[in-house]
Design a protein around this ligand. Sequence first.
Ligand code: GAP
Length: 457
Amino acid sequence: MATSAPAGAASGRLDDLSKLVALCKRRGFIFPSAEIYGGFANTYDYGPLGTLLKNNVRDAWVRDNVQRRDDVELIDAALITAPKVWVASGHVAQFNDPLVQCLGECKNRYRADQIDATQCPNCGGPLSEPRMFNTMFKTQVGPVEDAENVAYLPPETAQGMFVNFANVATTMRRKLPFGIAQIRKSFRNEITPGNFVFRTLEFEQMEIEYFVEPGTDEQWFEEWVSARERWYLGLGIRPENVRRYEHPQEALAHYSKRTIDIEYHFPFGDGWGELEGIANRSKGPDGSSWDLWQHEQSSGERLSLYDEARKQHVRPAVVEPAAGLTRAALTFLIDAYEEQVLDADKQDVRTVLHLHPALAPYKVCVLPLTRNKPDLVRTARELYESLRRRWMVTFDSGSGIGKLYRRQDEIGTPYCVTVDFQSLDDQQVTIRDRDSMDQVRVPIAEVRDWLDERLDY
Ligand code: GAP
């Protein structure tokens, strides 16, 4: 079930991120990390509502990419693992960005490929020659700080799936095609992070390695690009804000035969930016997976499946849809945000997040019209207790009803259920729709079924 913005809504969308950043802080979605110490650049803490939103994005991804498919298994591999994994994958040698530093006053650092200047864009000072900078975070295992004990924080989730390919295929008795999915934190020592949680040092990814017969990878690639695009649109992202970007051959990563990004039109920079990348990582011999091939060479273990018909082992090709969980959460917030003018003469404007119900932190808010009538509060409380057995529901009271509705609009709660004086007589409540603001009377005994029908995603 997709929600869409009401007619005439387009006017009040975001021009930049400042209002959304303020809302996220004010309403408990996202805080600057370690704020009491003045924060820490480009790291953020997810507050109560941000955590719920992020969990809902994760659940929606698992529902559509694992639960409702026959061919994808979910795993959760260790973050800190054998450093040989990152040598074999090419990250130790190749996960580099070209860095230049201002030699003038400010000493700012930039990614050489992201600035189009010979002087520092900040202070106008001269820039150093570019030097390559590995963006993996290093740590050490054990008490001795030497080269032997170096370990890396993962810059992508993908390698967890490649090194577990044989484990999953064997234990789950899988034949091609099948996929391995994972949601996990990744870390990149980004030189130019920024734009709120768009690019951070620490972020979450949702990735699938979909293993297929070599020769069928191009067709699967097309299918995954379409499937992943549909996923965002199905969760309410407006189609005019989404497009595909094909990476030119000369710019492809070392493992990729073809990469298409699903891009979103963000309210910063020059607009279009990567939301998700889909890569055909089949640049190994005979069009097989580059990464499985590398791990075979490096570990000496066979990473292929036995094909009974052909009586031979087949190293699969692989298609990788790689999404950012935290970037997707930001994108859903941006796309959902609206300042809607309700009455221009009275300057009555409401801020509303038109989040898809599957993503909304709370699905329902139960509101007693007054706090001063114990029967009424008890009825509201009983309804709240019943509904929260099924959904994440909140309870609010104390202000005027209009103000309470606006408070829920601003955090994207799709339905408000109000228990009023009449409810005690007719055993009915008012349910208000966030987007249309329409109100209907529903018998208390039927509220759960009424919501169930509408929260069926
Ligand atoms: N395994 C392939 C891979 O990691 P990627 O294009 O580098 O591909 C996939 O990353 C997705 O992860 C991106 O489309 C983006 O959504 C997210 N992502 C990457 N770097 C990020 C960062 N520094 N902060 C937030 N999200 C990031």
